[in-house]
Design a protein around this ligand. Structure first.
Ligand SMILES: NC(=O)c1ccc[n+]([C@@H]2O[C@H](COP(=O)([O-])OP(=O)(O)OC[C@H]3O[C@@H](n4cnc5c(N)ncnc54)[C@H](OP(=O)(O)O)[C@@H]3O)[C@@H](O)[C@H]2O)c1
Length: 322
């Protein structure tokens, strides 16, 4: 059994805890909140053995193997370094950190300590998404000609919400835009040839962001993210000899509509009952720890660096600095 700790008892922490409980070989050992009572309640709900009223206290618990960090992006670096310095492996939510400099510091520290660290880009571990990556890589549909991906939801403007709060790293790009950008990165690779436009709101964060990426092969890539508007949240890939649509919402367990040899079919990818889909990345971490790996062979350090470099580039274009 691997003993997991959860740092930060917010929304996503609850969904992740739900999946931890339903994953074999995993023990939700401890949870930590800045508030003791909140930690105790969260711990009771998800049957954690221990609950802590501070992140520092939990990080020092010698019985924890790995900590899942579920705080706003602005604190990812600080929380990651805290856990690594206490010799805990870390699975840290996306966006991994606020910029490349922070990501590099986290990675360098994990390497120096020879401790496992990974960005929790869960989409990369989902069966439907793996199917698409394999299908494109197999070459049977030829080269990608265009890619369109979006992720938008309508969250009413609220200055107290993490999403609209600049000091918490708010805005659409780092929260949801990261998924369309990841789609481009994972399917076509890294590019610096990006043009982006955004609508910045009164709190200085992007309410929505349009991105146009260019690749050497003249592939057309259009990406969009929003926190003030619901969008299809699909990923549409046109290839020389076919088409792939990752149906809504493409970043979470979903179906894939494939057109090949003029035949269109929709493939369903079932997920075990009651899980949200986080168990795939949990199982991957378990495997990496069992193999004593310090870096994921799927969500590698170079992928996390390229992802944040693309996000940095987009932020520079839309004039968003934190
Ligand atoms: N993978 C996914 O599907 C997914 C989905 C949603 C979000 N996320 C990512 O997960 C992270 C957390 O998102 P969330 O939606 O769970 O946010 P949330 O509900 O606001 O929870 C964040 C938690 O962080 C802790 N925290 C520490 N310092 C804080 C501060 N100064 N202000 C507010 N909270 C603070 C709080 O926990 P305590 O009060 O217990 O200390 C809070 O409950 C973000 O990086 C986001 O991008 C990932």
């Amino acid at each position: 059994m691997t003993n997991w700790g959860i740092l930060g008892c917010g929304k996503i922490a609850g969904k992740f805890a739900n999946d931890l409980l339903l994953t074999e070989g995993v023990n939700l050992y401890a949870v930590a909140s800045r508030d003791k009572e909140k930690a105790a309640n969260f711990g009771n709900t998800y049957k954690a053995i221990k609950s802590y009223g501070s992140y520092e206290e939990m990080a020092q618990d010698p019985d924890i193997d790995i900590v899942y960090i579920a705080t706003p992006h602005m604190f990812h670096k600080e929380n990651t370094l805290l856990c690594l310095s206490n010799n805990k492996a870390v699975l840290c939510e996306k966006a991994f950190a606020m910029n490349l400099e922070e990501v590099e510091e986290m990675i360098a520290f994990a390497k120096a300590k020879t401790i496992f660290l990974m960005e929790a880009l869960w989409t990369h571990f989902l069966p439907h998404y793996k199917f698409v990556l394999d299908k494109v890589a197999s070459g049977t549909l030829g080269e990608i000609q265009s890619l369109k991906a979006d992720f938008g939801f309508n969250s009413p403007f609220d200055t107290t919400s993490r999403l609209y709060n600049k000091s918490l790293g708010g805005g659409s790009l780092l929260d949801v835009g990261i998924y369309p950008v990841f789609a481009a990165l994972s399917l076509l690779g890294y590019t610096e040839d990006i043009e982006a436009k955004a609508t910045l709101g009164p709190t200085g964060v992007d309410h929505n962001c349009s991105m146009h990426l260019r690749y050497a092969q003249n592939v057309e890539v259009q990406l969009f993210s929003a926190i003030d508007e619901e969008t299809p949240t699909r990923c549409h890939i046109v290839l020389e000899k076919g088409e792939i649509i990752i149906n809504s919402r493409f970043h979470e367990p979903s179906s894939v509509t494939l057109t090949e040899n003029c035949v269109t079919e929709t493939l369903e990818f079932s997920t075990p009952k009651d899980v949200n889909g986080y168990h795939y990345e949990i199982l991957h971490c378990q495997e990496m720890l069992a193999l004593r790996k310090t870096e994921s062979d799927v969500m590698t350090f170079s992928k996390s660096k390229e992802l944040i470099m693309m996000l940095d580039k987009i932020r520079a274009q839309i004039g968003l600095s934190y």
